[in-house]
Write a protein that binds this ligand. Structure first.
Ligand SMILES: [Zn+2]
Length: 271
């Protein structure tokens, strides 16, 4: 082989290596950025938050193991620890993914809405979560999770007595860059209670309640939040007909720009 060709090959290899390193470094930088991501987990909810302090928070985990591949795409390569996981309520499309997740990743703190699980899946998830090193806590209205540059204020439930969707944890995430209303599967009755409580519900971004079910997202609630972006976590051609035309109409009327995981994939909100 001529000497010249070997030199060119070496040069090409070095350049390829440099480009690879730059691409990996850029990707690692992206993964470290503070943001909220509505993960595309089909019919269900799973929200990943990378805080400005480089902590990882997961609110719900969808139904199956899609959450793992989604988190693998979002979290820094070197980071496989979730500092805080929150189960808004015990419906399978919110907690199912915690089962594989708890077996594969480290969750330091596992929070629930305080309800007692009534299903086999719910009990299995709680059993896994109680194993070391996860520590268990309950979050009710008035609780605050915070770092130097973010606040996560829990607005609902008042206690753990409400079942299923009515007991769904609702929280408001705030940073200097954005505020996001996180609603789980809370329905109209919860929305009315929140409005009546006089709590500040204003947010730039709304994670639409219960996948766009018509029993959530009342016009009064949408106006109280008064956001610009509405994010719907929903599976394509799901059997519930989510999101409903009624909710799409109400959101449009209230001035929200709608994004949905079945059409847009994972949705990112910079924090
Ligand atoms: Zn749900």
């Amino acid at each position: 082989m001529p000497q010249e060709l070997t030199t060119w090959r070496r040069l090409a290899l070095v350049m390829l290596l440099c480009v690879s390193i730059i691409l990996v470094a850029h990707e690692e930088y992206r993964r470290g950025q503070p943001r909220l991501v509505v993960l595309d987990v089909g019919q269900g909810d799973a929200l990943y938050i990378r805080t400005p302090e480089h902590q990882d928070i997961l609110i719900d985990a969808g139904r199956g193991d899609q959450v793992i591949s989604q988190l693998t795409r979002e979290m820094p390569y070197s980071d496989r620890t979730i500092e805080l996981a929150i189960a808004t309520h015990f419906d399978a499309d919110h907690i199912g993914g915690f089962e594989p997740l708890l077996k594969q990743m480290t969750i330091k703190l596992f929070a629930t809405n305080g309800a007692t699980p009534t299903t086999k899946l719910g009990n299995e998830v709680m059993e896994l979560a109680t194993q070391e090193p996860a520590e268990l806590i309950v979050l009710h209205a008035g609780a605050r999770v915070s770092g130097d540059s973010y606040l996560l204020d829990v607005l609902w439930p008042r206690d753990g007595s409400e079942s299923a969707n009515k007991g769904s944890l609702v929280a408001l995430l705030k940073t200097a860059q954005a505020s996001v209303m996180l609603t789980g599967d809370a329905d109209n009755s919860v929305e009315r209670s929140l409005i009546a409580s006089g709590a500040d519900l204003k947010a730039d971004v709304l994670k639409v309640g219960h996948h766009g079910s018509k029993s959530s997202s009342s016009t009064e609630f949408l106006q109280s939040v008064g956001g610009a972006r509405a994010l719907i976590s929903v599976g394509a051609t799901n059997r519930y007909g989510h999101p409903t035309e009624e909710v799409i109409e109400r959101l449009t009327q209230a001035g929200y720009a709608i994004e949905r995981t079945d059409q847009d994939g994972s949705i990112t909100v910079p924090l």
